[in-house]
Design a protein around this ligand. Structure first.
Ligand SMILES: [Zn+2]
Ligand SMILES: [Zn+2]
Ligand SMILES: [Zn+2]
Length: 574
């Protein structure tokens, strides 16, 4: 059961009982968003939905040694000589570590088992780190000889391990913008009747130019990644993750990240973490995280209220701000100002969104310390309004933070987190984009992918590229999530997909099988040595777009930049 099942069921009931007209009429008359959400919340309580959710969905799994042992056994099976499925084993060991009761030996045995995986992988530094974690967690005396031996072997071999890859330090290609120092000074916001708001450049740009390097206001890890990455910094650390002390669904790369989380978002999410993961999707997740991150900027809810109600803080975007005094509060102004499109939404859209908001706010207020922070009715209503706002802004503004595309892996494995980016949110979509986002951790770099002339607009791709999806598929995706009909050049001219793309006789081929082979093997030195070659080619032959040679070079450039930013999962590197 997820929150959409609840909303579908409620609407079906109201239809069956012929109440839908009355209820939606009343709902529509309510002016304030919090009144709409409160109205829906009462209906959900009256019809016993909240009770049903409470009885059927665990708010939070409890630590449990028995389950910890079960997961460890499953991990051992994957790790066995017969299977040698090390990644599956690691995830299960991490799960076992999360379920272990504090101060029990199961925690330390989990770390010790993890060290064995790293020993097999010849990753001796991580192996030693895990041995240390096991010792600190009181590894049982009776098993100690095994650990001692592994430690001695490791110390002898650790010199052989190659150093970790340090992500390439990309720098802006131009002087920074006077107000927004993390974008190039040639970018500006424009507005026309046809295009609405868009970003344009005031100078010619060539392929490979770095025009923005943006940190998100906040980001949120997707649940499938919870035993693979740190919930705070989102770094992939199968290696040395430590569990939350209270829940079984969140891990951190260090005590510092754990502390940061517990001082901010996780203190509110932890008591209902498993309900959050089960009932809500990633868009709801980032909407909640954005709201909690805003609360966290202030000592009291009244201060945040005063800030948001101040007219000079409303409907702002990054270009209205002074980012040279970049404070998190200033950063939030641009996130708060993202458009909600509320006036364009139907009653049924708003009703469904209100169900999501009502369930979310009901459980987070009732069962977590948020109740104390919000105080009385004013605080709760303000929180509800803010959450409702971000539930509207997130679907079209959140960005999936993704990694290099891996052969044989699903698209789901490619995206690990969602982030709220104030500047990137202003870029319009094209199915044939002229820019490219690459992430180093959660920091987004924006590269020029096709030559752009002074005065032209910059386009991002919202996950509907013409080389991969047909025009029909793209139009469906875009109108569903982003509510617009795309009229980009690829849609107007109906560019063929990658497979049907013609070779153009006048255009040479910049890459051959060697490029594909070495980039496919995530060869860092090759990527650094060759990415400029792809950039120069794409700049020189930009006018011949689209053709097979250009698509192929674009793929090589994307791979090379991902490799340089180390946006490659461990799974692919092993
Ligand atoms: Zn971390
Ligand atoms: Zn927790
Ligand atoms: Zn299009």
């Amino acid at each position: 059961m997820d929150v959409y099942d609840v909303s579908d069921d409620l609407i079906k009931k109201l239809n069956d009982w012929k109440l839908i007209g009355i209820i939606s009429g009343k709902f529509n008359e309510l002016k304030e968003n919090y009144s709409k959400v409160n109205f829906v919340e009462h209906a959900l309580i009256d019809f016993k939905y909240m009770e049903k959710i409470f009885l059927n969905v665990k708010l939070r799994e409890n630590k449990c040694n028995k389950r910890s042992v079960e997961f460890r056994m499953l991990g051992n099976e994957q790790f066995s000589l017969k299977n040698r499925k090390y990644f599956q084993a690691l995830e299960l060991y991490n799960k076992s570590i999360c379920y272990a009761e504090p101060n029990s030996e199961h925690l330390s045995i989990g770390y010790a088992n993890r060290s064995a995986v790293f020993f097999e992988w010849k990753r001796y530094r991580e192996c030693l780190a895990n041995i240390e974690l096991a010792r600190k967690a009181n590894y049982p005396e009776r098993l100690r000889h095994k650990l001692d031996k592994r430690e001695r072997d490791c110390q002898q071999l650790v010199q052989q391990q190659a150093p970790d890859i340090v992500p390439y330090d990309f720098k802006l290609s131009f002087e920074p913008h006077a107000q927004v120092p993390y974008i190039a000074n040639c970018l500006e916001l424009r507005e026309t009747a046809d295009e609405g708001r868009f970003i344009a450049t005031t100078r010619d740009l060539v392929v490979g130019d770095v025009i923005a390097a943006e940190q998100p206001f906040c980001s949120s890890l997707l649940p499938p990644m919870r035993y693979i990455r740190c919930a705070t910094c989102k770094q992939e650390r199968y290696l040395t993750l430590i569990p939350c002390d209270n829940c079984c669904s969140v891990m951190f790369c260090s005590e510092d990240c754990k502390q940061l989380a517990n001082d901010s978002f996780h203190k509110y999410e932890c008591p209902i973490i498993d309900l959050l993961h089960r009932m809500f999707n990633k868009i709801h997740g980032i909407a909640l995280r954005t709201t909690l991150s805003a609360l966290n900027l202030y000592d009291s809810i009244e201060e945040l209220m005063a800030y948001c109600e101040q007219p000079s803080n409303q409907q702002k975007c990054v270009f209205d701000l002074d980012f040279t005094q970049l404070t998190p509060q200033e950063h939030y102004r641009a996130i708060h100002g993202l458009v909600t499109n509320q006036h364009m939404r139907s009653v049924s859209d708003l009703f469904q969104r209100s169900v999501v908001c009502a369930v979310l706010k009901h459980f987070i207020i009732e069962y977590t310390p948020l109740k104390d922070f919000l105080g009385g009715e004013d605080g709760r209503n303000f929180f509800t309004d803010l959450l409702f706002r971000h539930l509207q802004t997130s679907p079209s503004n959140m960005h999936g933070i993704d990694l290099v595309e891996q052969v044989n892996e699903t698209k789901d494995d490619q995206t690990h987190s969602s982030g709220a980016y104030a500047f990137l949110s202003l870029l319009n979509h094209s199915c044939a984009p002229n820019t490219l986002r690459i992430y180093d951790g959660t920091k987004a770099y924006l590269f020029v992918l096709r030559p752009i002339k002074a005065g032209e607009a910059l386009y991002d791709n919202y996950g509907a590229h013409f080389a991969i999806f047909s025009k029909k598929e793209r139009q469906e995706r875009l109108s569903m999530q982003y509510r617009f009909n795309c009229s980009c050049e690829a849609c107007e001219l109906d560019h063929p997909k990658y497979k049907g793309m013609p070779h153009k006789a006048t255009v040479p081929m910049v890459n051959d099988d060697t490029d594909m082979k070495l980039l496919g093997a995530y060869n860092y030195d090759f990527a650094i040595g060759n990415y400029q070659k792809y950039c120069d080619f794409l700049t020189e032959y930009g006018a011949a777009y689209p053709c097979a040679q250009i698509s192929s070079a674009e793929e090589c450039l994307k791979m090379a930049l991902h490799i340089m930013a180390d946006a490659v999962p461990l799974k692919a590197k092993m």
